[in-house]
Design a protein around this ligand. Structure first.
Ligand SMILES: Cc1cc2nc3c(=O)[nH]c(=O)nc-3n(C[C@H](O)[C@H](O)[C@H](O)COP(=O)(O)OP(=O)(O)OC[C@H]3O[C@@H](n4cnc5c(N)ncnc54)[C@H](O)[C@@H]3O)c2cc1C
Length: 446
């Protein structure tokens, strides 16, 4: 029987957990089991259909594992015997472990709509050949309907239009696209940017049935309207992939995700850890379970899990949800709580906003106006969340906000920041929008 010290089941967060384990415990033998032959950069999946041009241009090289001394076994783990500490593979091979990490991720949610099984109806699976099939099929598609206006649906719409003569309609059940992630003013701005490309957005609309005989020909909405379609992409969310964890007898929690403590150790077995989309998330502020599936969270949890395997010491203090997206050249990003979420929890908050070009002067080439909105707790001034729209710099600015939230900084702390600036790279030091949004809420009463 094959033996290893640490056995990891997974892809993206599995790699992070393995690298972290090798860093903290260089003497341990680490083995990663992965179902797929080739693992994709999951966040890059929409870009396969436009910017990067094909799934082969969006892969995580296996050399990363080799470089970090992690052995890779390609295949599916189908059984876990926690008493004997043995994992069984689909081909019957058995592997004995000391410590096991579940990083089995998530699977796309399939809505209970009649017709989902028809030809040319796809979900967003993180599967190289399946996504390659969509890439080939798209070549002859004239009318694409995307069900779901979250960030994955919107990114697909924006990418699929590139270089194609195609009609694209996004059908969203809520009053706004991206509503689960952003406040209304940012949702509206994002919808306007997408609409500029010719993509049609139908809000407050739900697909009731997928039409056609063998192959899809359209969708019918609740209310009876029909939209022509020769391809449908279902992008309505994902569920934790935890059937094997359940079979292994691990305690599951919110939406069947694996329950762990702050060390990412499962509730059930101190030698079994879990991280990423398959593990339960708890809000950074509320501590309550929440649905959040992001690479930012998955890889942080993975680093914590890998470092704790033989000495549980590093803690996961909860999910901040740092997220960004790009729509028709404009970036949108959120970290922590939006105003909508804070108000829905009856939190007593103050809002600071600021706008500035991301170069100085604003007339520099490729300058974009950056809009920042910060949510602070009234009284203490602790930062609860931030939202930004603007140019490419937004992707890193939101990480600054995420770090401020994690360290419970106040408006006054941010007001004192010494921001590095440069005319071609940032806003002006007197207009820096994160600092000025914090300054906007500072009053003698705070
Ligand atoms: C289209 C798309 C775009 C996204 N964009 C972003 C983004 O821009 N930013 C962001 O932060 N997040 C983004 N996300 C979310 C992010 O991709 C996920 O949060 C992240 O992939 C989670 O990583 P994970 O390792 O937990 O799970 P996964 O990436 O799902 O990996 C799980 C791996 O485990 C393997 N596995 C499962 N069961 C077994 C088994 N029994 N045996 C062997 N192997 C097994 C799977 O095959 C898979 O390789 C996006 C997701 C999608 C689908």
């Amino acid at each position: 029987m094959k033996q290893t010290d640490v056995l990891i089941l997974g892809g993206l967060s599995g790699i992070s957990a393995g690298m972290s384990c090798r860093k903290f415990y260089p003497d341990k033998k680490v083995t990663l089991i992965r179902k797929e032959g080739t693992v994709l950069i999951p966040c890059g999946i929409p870009y396969i259909y436009g910017t990067v041009g094909g799934p082969e241009n969006n892969v995580i090289p296996d050399g990363l594992l080799e470089k970090n001394g992690i052995e890779l076994i390609k295949g599916e783990a189908t059984g876990v015997d926690r008493t004997g500490k043995i994992v069984t593979m689909a081909d019957g091979e058995k592997i004995k472990y000391e410590k096991l990490i579940f990083a089995t991720g998530s699977l796309p949610m399939v809505p209970p709509i009649p017709g989902v099984e028809k030809k040319n109806v796809y979900t967003v699976k993180k599967d190289f050949s399946y996504l390659g099939e969509i890439y080939e099929a798209l070549k002859s598609v004239k009318d694409l309907v995307i069900v779901g206006g979250g960030f994955i649906g919107i990114e697909f719409a924006d990418e699929c239009r590139k270089g194609r003569d195609i009609n694209i309609t996004v059908v969203e059940a809520l009053p706004h696209c991206l509503q689960a992630a952003m406040d209304d003013e940012f949702c509206t701005e994002a919808e306007e940017k997408l609409a500029e490309t010719g993509v049609k957005i139908m809000k407050n609309s739900q697909v009731k049935a997928i039409l056609g005989d063998d192959k899809v020909t359209g969708v019918r909405l609740v209310g009876g309207d029909e939209i022509k379609a020769d391809m449908v992409i279902l992008a309505i969310g994902a569920v934790p992939n935890t059937a094997l964890a359940k079979q292994a007898g691990l305690q599951l929690g919110f939406k069947d995700s694996i329950k762990t403590n702050r060390y990412m150790q499962t509730y059930t077995d101190p030698d079994v850890f879990a991280c990423g989309d398959c593990s339960e998330k708890h809000g950074f502020f509320s501590g309550t379970s929440m649905p959040a599936m992001l690479a930012s969270i998955a890889t942080s949890e993975a680093r914590i899990a890998g470092s704790n395997l033989y000495s549980p010491i590093h803690q996961n203090f909860g999910t901040i949800s740092v997220f960004s997206t790009m729509i028709n050249g404009r970036a949108f990003a959120v970290a922590g709580l939006t105003e909508r979420t804070a108000r829905s929890r009856n939190m007593n908050i103050v809002i600071g906003t600021a706008e500035a070009p991301d170069t100085h002067p604003g007339g520099m080439p490729d300058s974009s106006k950056t809009k920042v909105k910060l949510v602070f707790a009234k009284g203490t001034g602790i930062l609860l969340g931030g939202s930004i729209s603007g140019g490419r710099s937004v992707g890193e600015m939101i990480n600054v906000i995420g770090a401020c939230i994690m360290h419970q900084m106040t408006a006054y702390d941010i007001f004192q920041f010494q921001m590095g600036t440069h005319p071609a790279l940032t806003s002006s030091p007197i207009m820096y929008p994160i600092v000025n949004a914090a300054q906007a809420v500072i009053t003698p009463a705070l």
